[in-house]
Design a protein around this ligand. Sequence first.
Ligand SMILES: Cc1cc2nc3c(=O)[nH]c(=O)nc-3n(C[C@H](O)[C@H](O)[C@H](O)COP(=O)(O)O)c2cc1C
Length: 371
Amino acid sequence: MSFLKKIKDFDKKNTHLTYYAYHLGSTARWYSIWKPIFFNIDPETVHHLVVKVLKIFKPFFRFNHHKYHFYYNGKPDRRLEKKVFGIKFPNPVGLAAGFDKNAEIYQQMSDHGFGFIEIGTVTPKPQKGNPKKRIFRLTEDNALINRLGFNNDGVEKVVNRLKNNINVIIGGNIGKNKDTPNERAVDDYLICFDKLYDYVDYFTVNVSSPNTPNLRDLQNIDGLRSILIPLIDENKKRSNKPILLKISPDLDNSDILSIVDLIQELKIDGIITTNTTVSREKLKSDNQLKSEKGGLSGAPLRNRSTEVISLIHKYSKGTLPIIGVGGIMSVEDAIEKLNAGASLIQVYTGFIYNGPSFIYKINREIIKSLN
Ligand SMILES: Cc1cc2nc3c(=O)[nH]c(=O)nc-3n(C[C@H](O)[C@H](O)[C@H](O)COP(=O)(O)O)c2cc1C
């Protein structure tokens, strides 16, 4: 019997014993010690370190599953379940794209309480991204700036890693290589779509990252048509996976509503609002830090992201599924996004600032709010 299988059996049989083991070995418990250490090291170095540790100790993080997911009489707590665009999510809190770009740690992140994991952004060819240093912590603002530029291992490697997935719900966030001109961008999206098709539960079309030159120009209606229609045609030939569009918070409201019209015309399945912003309004951090180029995430993004969710929810009369992301830094922020009309939510920066127990706390509050 493999070591992993032994742990899984133990995990199933000894709910109470393992519960105490989780407490002892819990990564969350130690985050107040780890955080000041992490926050003194370059953010990208910490990220790589964490990925390495999570990979090496993968079997041990299985213990976290029962601690961070809600069980009722030994079964997953159905009060958190949500069916959206045909997929049954165990809970509505997902890991936003960019954290597990290369699909290396989706199982471990799921064991930390996430209901689904969005991998990517993945491009057809591997690429290194922009020169380092390219992630900055704005601690005074509870924020990050990144200009990674779609650094990833390329779709082939990512697909190989996803072949090991047993039951984690995976979103495949797809993009184009930097050296592919916008006129041929659709080819890149189609390659990623085709290769990932059997290994993801839904797709996210990312045309909203500020770190690939001119990518966001594809958010105009003609640009969107040129990418979405071929993907929809390809999808129809196969089993029809949900396709979502991820948009920028920097679009005008009128442009956002035109995009919603297009989504409803083309009948794609949902929208992810929002990606990072290039705005630097009302930041407290020093000038040098806040003038770093890239996308800003975390607390300063919260209000705009929620505003966009409300706008779309009202305009579509609640008919368009929305994944709300941007600035969820507290449990209250998460509930605010759901109340604004998001069916599901995603977290990135809030996870960095609050640590692993954050996802558990959000889910606990969601259960409370149902009572
Ligand atoms: C370091 C970093 C890398 C990111 N990479 C991607 C990416 O590759 N693709 C994508 O669609 N969004 C990416 N994002 C954006 C997040 O998915 C999310 O939309 C954004 O950060 C707002 O959420 P947050 O405030 O919870 O971080 C990235 C964000 C960060 C901080």
